[in-house]
Design a protein around this ligand. Sequence first.
Ligand code: NAD
Length: 249
Amino acid sequence: MSMDQKLSKAADLLRGSSRAYAFTGAGVSTESGIPDFRSPGTGLWSNPELLALATGDVLQRQPARFYSVFLPQWLAYQRAEPNPAHKAIAELEALGRLSGVVTQNIDGLHRKAGSQVVWEVHGHLRHLVCGSCGAPAPFEAAEDAMRKDALPPRCDCGGVVRPDVVLFGEAMAPDFERALAALRRGCDLMLVVGSSLTVYPAASLVRFADAFIIVNCDPTPYDGQAAVILHGSAGRILPELLDAVKEAK
Ligand code: NAD
């Protein structure tokens, strides 16, 4: 099947669905300048040291080290802007073709692009939270502590303030249960974008969809079950898919 035929099949599926959701991973944000984890060569996990540090245990035992490695990355995430893939997903929602987005990303770019219904199953960087008393803290507290060479940032109660994100070995964010509940109420189509579909339990959410479309650079373990696979850049393919959906109105 040619790319045009695949786009037209995917557009037909989106138009024919009554409750479709997008499911996104780090690959939807690489064209905003944020590296993903697993793209060969460029993914963050090409550096095994990072993998070992992104845990709740390191945050507990070596908070200053944890922050000095990850804070510069998070600040870059906060400066990033949505790319054409985020914008196309927001527009598909505005057109009534998507009911919401389930994202594994913590960068906040779907909301910045205008998506209204967004479940961030691995948390977000909009604020920090005290690991002891749970009080929220502004993200700037971490930047201040870094500037003053006083990492980790601490709450008034003395606890270490941490990002509101899910690290390896930790429970999922509350949005995971919310997304699960919505998908259980019905999901006849899922538009999976920029995910290796290898991180669990997040990847298990695709199983709640009656059918799915995959947009990704590399193969995924779910390719054999996809109704359509669009291989390539999400920032190029999603605007084309949006156009195909609009054209066939
Ligand atoms: P992943 O790194 O495992 O997989 C990303 C996938 O996206 C790869 O298969 C790659 O082929 C594909 N990809 C990369 N650039 C693409 C593009 N421009 N167009 C289409 N496909 C592209 O990512 P994952 O499945 O999300 O799982 C890793 C975890 O990484 C997630 O839990 C997420 O929380 C975390 N993460 C998030 C960010 C972020 O917030 N932006 C960044 C890095 C990692």
